[in-house]
Design a protein around this ligand. Structure first.
Ligand code: S3P
Length: 422
């Protein structure tokens, strides 16, 4: 395949959820440009409307207008969070400071994902939870007056961290947190700082102090590096050409995959980085390259957690072995991503094993051929579609529609970057 052109990717999913929730809570009208309009973003918009915020429709290319009331109102219906763990967990944090009951649920995948990782510390702060199915959804939260929290997090997770910081903001109490291993994405910290809240870091602890004021705001959301990663992967495996992905968020808590790709031999440059609304944004220039295996350490995992399916695909085409250390968290993503990455790589003729919590991949130059089972996991579908761009590959994927969870138009964009001469 030859790669060519200059493309944009949809807005950052993590930032879109956060700014929708914050705008939904602020008293007054906010404007959000470049917001993601995918199914996950629609889930945040839908539940915000059910909590009393007014939002204009999320449509590609339009600015979203959000009118918040300064607080949420009690919902009349069960809040359906679709496939979105971020919507659910961040909202549980905000609802913990609201004196009413709300019940949250989601699709089959979301209902099986663990929620105690946020409800246990939120209960320590003073919120009450009623489970219907053990550690998952549906779940009812009744918020109230909150206590300050000091908490050693059992896993490095931006969703847990953000749920607790947002509870601190909405409940006007201090929160101190420590992540065990590696640093997860810090968009919530940056946004809270921009509103004048005290967010500082010392000796591995993140300290939140109340005192800021959530005001309506205007913001432009950068392109999602996690979506860009799939195009970077396809361009790296191409035989010739060059691809530019412009306007991508390059916050260092999100670009761990570029460091790993660099070690594997990839040729990716970041051009013209500039800071917009507290987040660095730049263009990625990608040229094809031969890859070799590497070891991805446990400390690196939180900074590339969503890019492991794509990195695993690239590792299957690299010379030698690639090991991802301690990636057990992948078992509780939109699917059991750890098991399915290995199973599907073997199904298309590559070597892959799960050893304890490590993922070990043997590269091969055999043509990838076979059937892929995604369990409706968007990132698995997109990663294996990228593997399908290898010349001579024959891969059938059971569900490509699920790409719309995070990357509407993915298949078209992947087609668009293929220059002539495939
Ligand atoms: C996200 C955090 C990560 C990531 C998810 C988005 C966020 O989840 O996998 O896609 O926006 O905070 P965890 O916090 O569970 O690792």
């Amino acid at each position: 395949m030859k790669v060519a052109g200059s493309v944009r990717v949809p807005g950052d999913k993590s930032i879109t959820h956060r700014v929708l929730l914050l705008a939904g809570l602020a008293r007054g009208t906010s404007h959000i440009g470049g917001a993601l309009t995918s199914l996950d973003a629609q889930s945040s918009a839908r539940v915000l409307r059910q909590l009393g915020s007014e939002l204009s429709p999320l449509r590609k290319g339009t600015t979203v207008t959000v009118r918040g009331r300064g607080k949420f109102t009690a919902p009349k219906v069960t809040l359906f969070c679709g496939n979105s763990g971020t919507t659910t967990r961040l909202l549980l944090g905000l609802l913990s400071a609201h004196r009413f009951s709300a019940t949250l649920t989601g699709d089959r995948s979301l209902r099986r994902r663990p929620m105690r990782r946020v409800t246990v510390p939120l209960a320590t702060m003073g919120a009450q939870f009623t489970e219907q199915q053990g550690d998952g959804l549906p779940l009812t939260v009744r918020g109230g007056r909150l206590q300050p929290l000091r908490y050693d997090m059992p896993v490095s997770s931006a969703q847990i961290k953000s749920a607790l910081l947002l509870a601190g903001m909405a409940g006007e109490v201090g929160v101190s947190l420590r992540e065990p291993k590696g640093r997860s994405r810090d968009h919530t910290e940056r946004l809270l700082q921009a509103f004048g809240f005290g967010v500082t870091e010392r000796d591995g602890w993140i300290h939140f102090t109340p005192g800021g004021r959530l005001e309506p705001f205007d913001i432009q959301v950068p392109g999602d590096p996690s979506s860009a990663a799939f195009l970077v992967g396809a361009a790296t495996m191409a035989q010739s050409g060059e691809l530019r992905v412009s306007g991508v968020g390059v916050n260092s808590t999100r670009t761990g995959f570029l460091d790993v790709l660099g070690r594997m031999g990839a040729r990716v440059e970041i051009e013209e980085p500039a800071t917009h609304f507290g987040e660095p944004v730049g263009d990625l220039i990608v040229r094809p390259a031969a890859l070799w295996g590497t070891e991805v350490t446990a400390g690196e995992i939180p900074g590339l957690i969503d890019e492991i399916p794509l990195l695993a695909i690239l590792a299957s085409r690299a010379v030698g072995t690639t090991t991802f250390r301690q990636v057990g968290e992948l078992r509780v993503k939109e699917s059991d991503r750890l098991g399915l990455i290995a199973e599907n790589l073997r199904a298309v003729g590559a070597g892959a094993e799960v050893v304890g919590d490590d993922l070990v991949i043997e590269g091969t130059d055999r043509l990838p051929r076979g059937k892929v089972r995604t369990a409706a996991d968007h990132r698995l579908a997109m990663a294996f579609a990228v593997l399908g761009t290898v010349t001579g590959a024959r891969i059938s994927i059971d569900d490509m529609a699920c790409a719309a969870v995070s990357f509407p138009g993915f298949t078209e964009t992947l087609r668009e970057i293929r220059g002539s001469g495939r």
